[in-house]
Structures are given as C-alpha cells and as structure tokens.
Design a protein around this ligand. Structure first.
Ligand SMILES: [Zn+2]
Length: 457
C-alpha cells in the first residue's frame, strides 16, 4: 500500500504526525500519512504551539512532558514572597529558588542566595538574609480561558479528530469528503466544524469513568455525519464534524480511545454502534446467568476487563447523538463547566501519591528548619497538601500503602463523601485552623513527611 498525505495526496517526504501534539500527552498516537513540511511541521507554528503554551500549567500539573525535550513546558506565575510580587516563568513545581536571581515586579527587591546578592549589590549592608522555610509564599497562576474557545484550539482539535479518524480507518491520500475540515485545519477558512458539548451531567459521568487528566476520543455516525468527540484532559468536550457524509472507504465508525497521563491507553473499535452492541450482548451471554448487580463482581474473574467500558461508551454516544444544544461560542454555562472540571482535576491530582511525594520531597528537605505555616496564606493547593501530611502524622499509621492512604483521606476529608472533590476557601481555612490549633504541629508534620517519604508499594 502506497502512503500518501491525507491533506494533499503528496507521496514524497511523508512523516509520522503526532495526532495529539507530543507536549500535550504522554501516550503518543501517530498518523503516518502526513507530508513533513506543509501538513506536519507548519501546524506547530500555525496553531499548536499557541495552545501548548497556554496549557503548560495543566501539563506541568499532570506530569506531561514532551518526549523530545526533557523539560516541562514553562508557565508564567505570580509569586508573592514576603509581601513582594515576582513574575516568574516556571518549569515543574517547586523550583522558585533554583539558584536564580528574582526581581520583584516593582523592581525594589531582589532575591537569591546570600553570596549572589552580596556579589550583585557590592555592599553587604544592603542584603537582608531571609529563611526560605519561614517565608510566606503564595503562587498564583493566571489561567487563560480564552484559549479554549480560540481559533487555534478549534484548528488543533479539528486536526486531532481528522488525523485520528483517518488513522483508525487506514485512510490514504486526499479525499473530497474531508474538504471542509482540511480547509479549516490548513487555512482556518471554511465552516468551523467544532462545537462544544455543554451538558454538565455528561462531564460528571465522564469524570467518573475515565482516568484523571485523560484525553478521551469517540467517533460515531450521527444523522449521516461522522462526528468525533474529543475530551481534552477531561476539561471540555469538543464535537468535530469530520465529514458531512459517511465516506464509503471508512468502515470503522464506532471508535473509542482513552489516552492516560501514565501513557497507558484503552482502545475499542467496531464498524458501527449496532455491531458494537451485538458484540457486547454476545459477550454478556457467554457469562453464565449474569445479573446486572453482579457485573462488578464478575469482572474480577472474567478475562475481558472492558466489560464495564462498553455500557459507558454506548451511553455517551447515544447522548452525543441526541443533544442539539452544543455551544459555538463561549458562554457562562461553559465557563462554569470548565472551572469545575479544572478544579476537580487539579485538586484530585494534587492528592495523588506522586504529587504528595513530590511536595514532601521539595518542602521537607534534609536539614531544613521546622516548618512554620503562614496563618494568612490562601494557597489552597499547599494548604491541602500540608493538611494531608498533618493527617498522616497525627494518625496511628506507621507505614503507608495506597489503600491505607485512600481510607485516611476518605475518613478525614469530608469533601470525598459526595464522590466529588471540591476544595473551597472555607474548607481550606478549616484545614489551616486545625493544623495551627495544635501547638505541636511542626513535629506532627515532620512525622507525616517521614512516613510519606518511606511510602512505596
Ligand atoms: Zn500534505
């Protein structure tokens, strides 16, 4: 089979295109039928890099980094240290004092190692030593919502939908069925094929079924059209009309892929919703006398772990087919969904083993002075993390594992009870109060940090 670019039909100088830009996923998927310059490299400057830069705060949080570079994408943050504001570009999480010289926004203060400051100021009397463990540090990261509704995002999402659908169907070369989407991706002209799902219940359902921070892709036939729905990090779901009619050369029109942050993935493909349903009911029949309530139990012995995934995909696709209120422009409702999804993802990820271990490693460094919490801090993320360390330290637990840890959180964080994690200012100020009320809290934090450092599976 000859390879030909799916955008222009060129046969020379083809390349492997990262369907989702490499910097936005740890689970790469490729389309090999894309010409190198015009329809791969150029897209990066045209629209991808803009989205990648704007979302770098999220990719940092989710531990996603480009396989080409060793670094996380940089993001901008405003840090308030001891009352002065510093605008910084950060990589990774807690590297504020990474040997650099910080200049405050009002240009009156500089901050670095003592030796460096004496060298710069040439006058030791102008340099005031500070203890970083006692500093009041607040980090604020501006999040640009506009990027989610920008032309760059719509073009990138269209590109992902088109290249993924073509890769799954082994499409080779240019086809006029895809005229509109190709024109939109390559020039930004033509009808925008993207709309945004705004049913908040579908977001809640998705959040429960897929992993945190996953990209989830669905393809299906809807009223003659081919639709691809892409959930980007679980933040927003974009619907893309890939083709107004079903292309005769594409037989796989029921597709599902989940790409997780740990680089694992799930993939399901069938010809149509009907054949997928037939496959699933056949699967169910082979399990002797199954009752619905036993599905969860059966799954532990049944070799096909995807048994529970099918009903979820059927439900989602049927809803996608029926809803007709997609948004074409930003609105209050979408902003609320986005804010809520963003909070859930960031806060839940904060409570992941990996994030907690990273926090403890960065804060409780060897030989540090006792931790003094700043009573006025409003940094919800670090209060939450300190509270978790405090919970571990004040429990009777000597050794942690995932299960013990989850139970501890469930028992003490009321926010878990509704299955939904919402950390409000009110809750964090309660956490802060609880820690500060205990005069012995620095020792308890040390004990908690020690146990967390020993935590291995
Ligand atoms: Zn091309």
């Amino acid at each position: 089979m000859d390879r030909k670019c799916i955008y222009c039909g060129k046969v020379k100088d083809l390349s492997e295109s990262d369907i989702i830009p490499d910097a936005l996923t740890n689970a790469r998927i490729l389309n090999k039928n894309v010409c190198r310059i015009e329809h791969n490299n150029k897209f990066s400057d045209m629209f991808e890099s803009k989205v990648i830069n704007a979302l770098s705060f999220i990719t940092n949080k989710l531990d996603i980094k480009s396989s080409k570079g060793k670094n996380y994408a940089a993001y901008n943050a405003t840090i308030t240290i001891d009352g002065s504001e510093y605008n910084l570009s950060l990589h990774g999480n807690n590297n504020i004092f990474n040997g650099r010289v910080l200049k405050s926004s009002d240009k009156t203060q500089m901050l670095s190692s003592y030796e460096k400051m004496v060298k710069i100021s040439k006058d030791e009397s102008k340099v005031h030593p500070v203890d970083v463990n006692h500093l009041e540090i607040e980090k604020r990261v501006p999040i640009n919502y506009e990027i989610f509704y920008s032309q760059s995002m719509y073009r990138m999402i269209s590109k992902i939908a088109f290249e993924w659908y073509c890769a799954q169907n082994s499409v080779i070369g240019y086809h006029q069925e895809f005229d509109n989407i190709i024109s939109f991706i390559t020039t930004g002209k033509g009808e925008n094929p993207v709309s945004i799902i705004q049913e908040s219940e579908l977001y809640m359902y998705l959040t429960k079924q897929v992993d945190l921070g996953s990209h989830t892709l669905f393809a299906f036939e809807s009223h003659e059209e081919i639709n691809v729905v892409i959930s980007l990090f679980g933040l927003l779901m974009y619907r893309v009309v890939v083709s107004k009619i079903k292309p005769k050369f594409c037989s796989k029109n029921f597709l599902f892929t989940e790409l997780r942050t740990d680089s694992s993935r799930e993939k399901i493909e069938h010809d149509s919703l009907e054949t997928a349903e037939a496959y699933f009911s056949d699967l169910i029949k082979r399990i002797p006398s199954i009752k619905h309530c036993e599905i969860e139990f059966m799954i532990s012995t049944e070799p096909n772990p995807r048994l529970l995934l099918y009903p979820f995909i059927f439900d989602m696709i049927k809803c996608f087919k029926n809803i007709q209120n997609d948004a074409k422009a930003p609105n209050e409702n979408l902003n609320n969904i986005l804010r809520k999804q963003l909070e859930t993802i960031i806060q839940t990820f904060t409570l992941h083993k990996k994030s907690i271990k990273r926090f403890v490693k960065d804060i409780f460094v060897e030989g540090h002075s006792p931790i003094q919490l700043n009573p006025h801090t409003n940094d919800k993320n670090s209060i939450l993390l300190f509270y978790v360390v405090y919970l571990v330290g004040s429990s009777n637990i000597n050794k942690l594992n995932d299960n013990i840890f989850q139970n501890l959180l469930r028992e003490h964080l009321s926010l878990y009870k509704s299955e939904e994690l919402v950390v409000t200012n009110e809750i964090t100020s309660q956490f802060k109060k609880k820690i500060l009320e205990n005069d012995n809290y620095p020792d308890i934090l040390e004990k908690g940090a020690h146990i967390i450092k020993q935590w291995n599976n």
